[in-house]
Design a protein. Structure first.
Length: 119
């Protein structure tokens, strides 16, 4: 049975190439540890546009896609209200949202963990 396919997503605007590479490597290591097949990593490089997130939503709608892996929920958006909207958009597609490092409840609601579940 093939491993479930996931995509990574990072907000890379304003960060160095080595930092972006390190985040991508962290996502890849997480996927390997959890026996997930990393199909690609979307990196949002523009603070004003959301082209990478729009592309992510497109692939999350594919039948063979299990979900998305992010380092933290703060990688989904620059502020909590938009993060919550994006969480709902991902979940509306039936995709799992997997966070490598959970975000404290006080910073962003709802809280998701590496297991992809809500608490």
């Amino acid at each position: 049975m093939p491993s479930p396919a996931v995509y990574g997503y990072i907000r890379a605007a304003g960060i160095s190439a080595p930092r972006r590479d390190a985040l991508s490597a962290t996502i890849a290591a997480f996927c390997e540890l959890h026996e997930l097949r990393l199909a690609g990593v979307f990196a949002e490089r523009d603070r004003e546009q959301s082209a990478a997130f729009a592309g992510l939503l497109d692939v999350l709608g594919l039948p063979a896609t299990y979900g998305v892996v992010v380092p933290t929920l703060s990688h989904l958006a620059p502020h909590a209200a938009l993060t919550s909207l994006r969480v709902r958009q991902v979940e509306a597609l039936g995709a799992r949202l997997l966070t490598i490092r959970p975000t404290p409840v006080s910073r962003c609601t709802p809280r998701h963990t590496a297991s992809g579940g809500s608490s």
